[in-house]
Design a protein around this ligand. Structure first.
Ligand SMILES: N[C@@H](CCC[C@H](N)C(=O)O)C(=O)O
Length: 281
């Protein structure tokens, strides 16, 4: 089975190109493939599996599976890699590029220099702040500064969906945080009926934040694009930043803007790692 591996700020994905094969034939078990291929020792290794599919309403359709086999609605770092891949394959019909995702059809702008994609800006759409749609068992709307208790300690969180759910927690200092225990405990907390991604945020200035993420279905990753967008929305709702913010992640930086049109714009890279053939069938 041929594959390509790509990464967006170290958030790494195995790409299966099924553009010319119908998804409807049901012969491939993507959740099972994701678990096998993403395994860091027994597989290729990755945070997720991305399947490139044809679309009736956009240039192409992206399906993403977490390394545990679950299928989230969206992936911010993945969609930038996806855009670069379909551009390089000559599969684009429209400008801006349109990609169908579980969070709707998204518009993407490619920054191209001498035929090479240098970066991608994604219109990530409007953040979802309604508790029942995130979903979170939240008080008030938006759910800002609500208390959550895990491992005997209380944290204040803001809940935002960018198609997928995020629980954003502001911290003074990462070193005081038991990240490897608190992250998974919040991911599976009963306040989040569909589980959640968890972002811990340090505010550096009104234009800069630093983020550590525990992803739903994948654990700790070097970056999360939807998480960066949700965190900037949460920071603005908490009056901590301006509307254009650089987000420092372990794998690099993203530029996020929550526009006055209520849409969130994410700009960053998408890169190739290698291509190969998987023999572990
Ligand atoms: N890393 C991604 C998000 C992938 C999905 C997430 N783990 C979920 O289950 O919602 C990103 O860059 O947005």
């Amino acid at each position: 089975m041929e594959f390509i591996k790509m990464q967006g700020l170290g958030n790494d994905f195995i790409f299966l190109d099924r553009f010319s094969v119908s998804d409807e034939d049901g012969t491939e078990d993507y959740p099972e493939l994701a678990r096998k291929l993403c395994h860091r020792q027994f597989g290729i290794g990755g945070d997720g599996l991305i399947v490139v599919l044809p679309s009736k309403v956009a240039d192409a359709r992206m399906r993403i599976f977490n390394s545990d086999g679950s299928e989230p609605e969206m992936c911010g770092n993945g969609i930038r890699c996806f855009a670069r891949y379909i551009y390089d394959q000559g599969l684009i019909i429209s400008d801006p590029m349109l990609v169908e995702t579980g969070a709707g059809v998204l518009k993407l702008k490619l920054f191209i220099k001498e035929g090479q994609v240098q970066g991608v800006q994604v219109d990530m759409g409007e953040p979802i702040l309604r508790a029942d749609l995130i979903p979170v068992l939240g008080e008030g709307e938006p759910v800002v500064g609500q208390s959550i208790e895990v491992l005997g300690q209380k944290y204040l969180f803001t809940a935002v969906s960018m198609g997928n759910p995020h629980c954003v927690i502001f911290v003074e200092d990462f070193s005081a945080l038991d990240f490897d225990r608190v992250g998974p405990a919040i991911e599976k907390h009963s306040l989040f009926p569909r589980k959640t991604n968890v972002e811990f945020i340090q505010i550096n200035s009104p234009q800069e934040i630093t983020m550590k993420v525990w992803e739903r279905g994948a654990g700790p990753t070097l970056a999360c694009g939807t998480g960066a967008c949700a965190s900037v929305v949460a920071a603005i709702l908490n009056n901590k930043t301006e509307r254009i913010v650089t987000v420092h992640l372990p794998g690099g930086d993203l530029l996020i803007e929550w526009g006055l049109d209520n849409r969130v714009y994410m700009t960053g890279p998408g890169n190739y790692v290698f291509k190969g053939e998987w023999l572990g069938l």
